[in-house]
Design a protein around this ligand. Structure first.
Ligand code: GLC
Ligand code: CA
Length: 585
């Protein structure tokens, strides 16, 4: 670790100051009426994306895939899923972003492939195939009655176990996610070299500016494959993250990826390429710093998920969708923890509250009732825009898209995780092991399912919100006539206009907003979130009301009002869901 004195202020780099905009290709814009978003659709919306004032685009997987996990199950890294377009289309998109002064990054999904990837097909073909060892294959165990049992009792991410029996060679293979997503064996040198070449260099050579690195801390497993202790007696599979997360060789692998591949590439304008890793199940700041310390030469930054876990059961086990109510001080402590963990270090942090794996932030952290949804959208925009770190926005967040309506049946949910948790809940309830689980999980999915963020983008008041002239792969939100980009573009008071304003202000005051130190005030207050940002002599005070009633404004000490999410402010009161920033130069 670099000593404190050298990093009292964080070094300025493009990716710290950039705001990234995440695009989910299936749901952004369909150009040909087949109901699926596509790359030409994204290309047609470049002017819109550029108009937001963001600096970089992150495109979720558009690689060839059977789409069991919406493209996070890749069958060929070097090809594009045909309904999305071609490699040439992606090259055009890269170029269009660059012409508009935006960087462009792709998802790097290399913990696993699809079972339809040629590598896995070869690996599966025989025990002595040269690629056998590119995945994890293990013989069966047998219980006292001679029943076949998997090599370990581990629970997978999407419910169920982590091993699937393959009749052909009579062994099990490992998958932390769905059974169609076998885990690659990073212990094998040839496998790692193939990953670097096919998944990374192929696209870096085509001009991308970096990667969002999927499931970045799961490549190294405890290869003795021990059983996990039984913590859920209702199940034959057990949480086992200690054996497949932050494993013994993980830092070695990530350093190698950096040294051998990433360090050799530059962005289109000659700067280092960027990495942002998806780092789940890592609650301790030191654990995170080990990945993002500049001296470590591993990742530039990571997503830490405490904020999206608010209200969820403990991560890594079966209770993810078992919702428990949370109070504002919990959110404040989480923000404080991940804002301050970089103080005095050479690490960096990220700011986000939405992505393709979570419910919409208004529905989760604000209030999506008609009278409050815009107010709470703007308050959240303000409250997060002033935080230190790199800001990531998710498509539709900028127009205040909300969760799918409560009335929608579970049939409208398409996500493999939602479906598996639902199936498990129904079974456990019906067996009587946990009779109320079904209702609890139904409620949890209504609030937190990954499906909510995957609804088609709402462009205008045409059918399907202008997303597609055909039948969308996922139902469009019933509210598209009320919440859509075109209407908001014409309205200076819209959520969209407010996001654009916050993006401008964040740039104008990048010193205090992006690089400043964070100080939480009034930590126990359950209604307002108040914090101070300091950068040298400059101070900003951020005050946000998370309730539907007026709240007292904290002392502003003669500072100047920079922005309010309301057009008219009142002297000493924050109106419902109002956010304000005061500044002192
Ligand atoms: C990441 C992705 C998620 C996917 C999983 C498996 O968590 O964000 O969407 O299901 O990895 O690849
Ligand atoms: Ca299409």
């Amino acid at each position: 670790m670099v000593p404190y004195a050298e990093y009292t202020a964080h070094k300025r780099v493009w990716w710290k100051e950039a705001t990234f905009y995440q695009i989910y290709p299936a749901s952004f814009k369909d150009s040909n009426g087949d109901g699926w978003g596509d790359i030409p659709g994204v290309l047609s919306k470049i002017p819109y994306i550029a108009s937001l004032g963001v600096d970089a685009v992150w495109l979720s997987p558009m690689f060839d895939s059977p789409q069991i996990d919406m493209g996070y199950d890749i069958s060929n890294y070097e090809a594009v899923y045909p309904p999305y377009g071609t490699v040439a289309d992606v090259e055009n998109l890269i170029e269009a972003c660059h012409k508009n002064d935006m960087k462009f990054i792709l998802d790097l999904v290399v913990n696993h492939t699809s079972d339809q990837h040629d590598w896995f097909k070869e690996s599966r073909s025989s025990k002595n195939n040269p690629k056998r060892d590119w995945y994890f294959w293990k013989p069966a165990r047998y219980d006292d009655h001679g029943n076949r049992m998997p090599p370990t009792n581990w629970r997978s991410y999407f419910a169920g176990g982590t091993w699937t029996w393959d009749e052909h060679t009579e062994e099990y293979y490992l998958h932390l996610y769905d059974e169609t997503q076998p885990d690659l064996n990073w212990e094998n040198d040839d496998c790692r070299r193939a990953i670097y070449s096919s998944a990374m260099q192929f696209w870096l050579d085509r001009g991308i500016d970096g990667f969002r690195v999927d499931t970045v801390n799961k490549y190294s497993k405890v290869v003795q494959f021990p059983d996990a202790p039984v913590t859920d007696p209702t199940s034959d599979v057990q949480p086992a993250a200690q054996f497949w997360c932050n494993g013994p060789r993980i830092h070695e692998f990530i350093k190698e990826m950096h040294t051998e591949v990433l360090s050799k590439y530059r962005t289109y304008d000659g700067q280092p390429v960027v990495t942002v890793g998806e780092l789940s199940l890592t609650p301790e700041p030191q654990g995170v710093l080990n990945y993002v310390s500049a001296a470590a030469k591993e990742l530039n930054m990571i997503f830490q998920f405490d904020i999206t876990h608010l209200g969820q059961g403990p991560p890594g086990c079966g209770s993810k969708y078992d919702f428990t109510d949370w109070k504002l001080p919990e959110m404040k402590r989480i923000v404080e923890k991940w804002q301050t963990f970089i103080d005095g270090t050479d690490g960096w942090t990220t700011v986000f509250n939405e992505n393709h794996d979570n419910g919409r932030s208004i529905s989760r952290f604000g209030n999506d009732r008609p009278e409050w949804r815009e107010k709470s959208a703007m308050m959240l925009a303000l409250c997060f825009a002033a935080q230190t770190g790199t800001w990531f926005l998710y498509q539709g967040q900028e127009i205040g898209m909300v969760n799918a309506p409560m009335e929608w049946s579970i049939e409208e949910y398409k996500d493999v995780e939602s479906k598996n948790y639902w199936r498990e809940a129904v079974a456990v309830s019906e067996e009587g092991a946990d009779p109320t689980r079904k209702e609890r999980i139904a409620q949890g999915l209504q609030l937190m399912a990954r499906d909510h963020s995957r609804l088609p983008f709402q462009w205008n008041t045409d059918s399907n919100g202008g997303f597609s002239s055909g039948k969308p792969w996922m139902r469009a939100h019933d509210l598209y006539t009320e919440i859509n980009a075109e209407t908001q573009e014409k309205d200076g008071g819209s959520v969209l206009s407010f996001y654009k304003r916050m993006l401008r202000l964040r740039k104008e005051h990048s010193d205090v907003f992006i690089y400043g130190t964070f100080e939480l005030l009034d930590a126990e207050n359950v209604s307002t979130f108040v914090y101070r940002k300091n950068f040298q002599d400059k101070t900003a005070l951020v005050a946000a009301n998370f309730t539907t009633s007026p709240q007292p404004l904290p002392p502003t000490d003669g500072m100047e009002l920079l922005v309010s999410s309301y057009s008219k402010t009142t002297p000493s009161t924050l109106q419902p869901f109002e956010g304000r920033i005061y500044i002192d130069y």
